[in-house]
Design a binder for this molecule. Structure first.
Ligand code: 2NL
Length: 343
């Protein structure tokens, strides 16, 4: 019998337990009620007394060895190295993923507003669905002005009669709300999406983005307007940029002007972007019309102000040299993924 115990001991020491199944088989073979060790204990009872001492000792050692082997296997099985070996290989590379990027319009819109907030302008935002007063009336549009026409403005259908709501055609509507609710000095910048009923082409779209600025205080002059806008383009396009103003007309400013910058593509030499003139129009501006101030309960005898408005797409096209406005609204990944490095 001692020979049998010896060979089982050798077997136990040499057996390998690598997973739950091995462990259970080991337990069944050696330590269960019908296992090897139980039957050896049965056999032990039949031994003559003179053999019992040494055989009993060997048998107890065999049982201990089996129990220890099983306990050790369970402890090792709970360790990460063993688990990873069995279940997953943690040394494999992680799943690949691609980072998203900001839309070019968002990038440029933020650059533009940041330039103005640095000199004390405060960002104001407002609703895209507006009433006639905030989009037209307060801004000195006469009742029959062509911009109010169905051809230019998207009106929201009403239950018979005159439509009450429209999609804002400029973010001046936000600045009207600021003037109605705050006292001068006012320095505000209004970025946002606007809508106009235009035929979609490489140069026009029925939706685009604007950044409008407004500055009202005592003694604000056209010189302040020029200096502020020069500061803006120098920050946006660099110190080498030149500007020029041409007289224009808007119902909400008097006098009104349009501002051109020297063409950043050809540096004034002449190219298709500037139509060989060396100049590119980038914004409209002027001194706030006294009627607009009065409409918003700001004393036009005491206060003056300047205002300007520009298209974000226009600036983005110049900055990134994009030839077709429609690209901004098509969500083509081949276009959008080019702006990855710019944050
Ligand atoms: C353009 C021209 C302009 C303004 C916007 C403005 C706002 C208020 C009062 C007076 Cl509340 N004016 N904004 C002034 C002149 C021009 O935008 O061509 N935008 C794309």
């Amino acid at each position: 019998m001692e020979e049998k115990i010896k060979s089982f001991l050798k077997e136990i020491k040499e057996s390998s337990i690598n997973n739950e199944e091995d462990a259970e088989n080991f337990r069944l073979k050696y330590l269960s009620k019908k296992g090897v060790i139980t039957s050896l204990f049965e056999e032990f009872k039949t031994l003559p007394p003179e053999l019992r001492k040494s055989t009993g000792k060997a048998l107890n050692e065999l049982k201990q060895a089996a129990e220890q082997k099983l306990a050790e296997a369970k402890v090792i099985g709970q360790q990460p190295s063993a688990i990873s070996h069995q279940l997953t290989d943690l040394s494999l590379p992680a799943d690949p993923f691609t980072l998203g990027s900001r839309h070019p319009i968002s990038i440029v819109k933020k650059q533009m507003t940041d330039i103005f907030t640095k000199i004390g302008f405060v960002v104001s935002e407002g609703p895209e669905i507006e009433d006639d007063w905030h989009n037209f009336g307060a801004l000195n549009f006469p009742p029959n002005h062509p911009a109010r026409d169905m051809q230019d403005t998207f009106f929201i259908e009403s239950e018979g009669g005159v439509p009450e709501w429209l999609l804002r055609t400029h973010t001046s509507s936000v600045q009207v709300r600021v003037m109605e609710n705050q006292k001068p000095p006012i320095r505000t910048i209004s970025p946002g999406r606007v809508y106009r009923n235009e035929t979609i082409s490489a140069r026009a779209h029925c939706q685009f983005h604007q950044v409008e600025g407004l500055y009202i205080d005592e003694g604000v002059s056209f010189a302040d307007l020029k200096q502020t806008l020069y500061y803006f383009v120098a920050e946006m396009f660099g110190e080498k940029i030149e500007i020029r103003f041409r007289p224009s007309f808007f119902p909400f400013t008097e006098p009104s002007a349009e501002m051109d910058i020297s063409c950043i593509i050809c540096e004034g030499k002449g190219c298709p972007v500037c139509k060989y003139s060396g100049w590119v129009e980038i914004l409209g501006c002027g001194m706030v019309h006294p009627n607009v101030l009065d409409n918003c309960k700001i004393d036009s005898n005491k206060y003056t102000g300047f205002a300007f408005g520009m298209g974000v797409e226009r600036i983005a096209m110049l900055k990134f040299r994009i030839g077709d406005l429609r690209l901004f609204f098509e969500n083509d990944m081949r276009f959008l993924s080019q702006f990855k490095s710019v944050l």
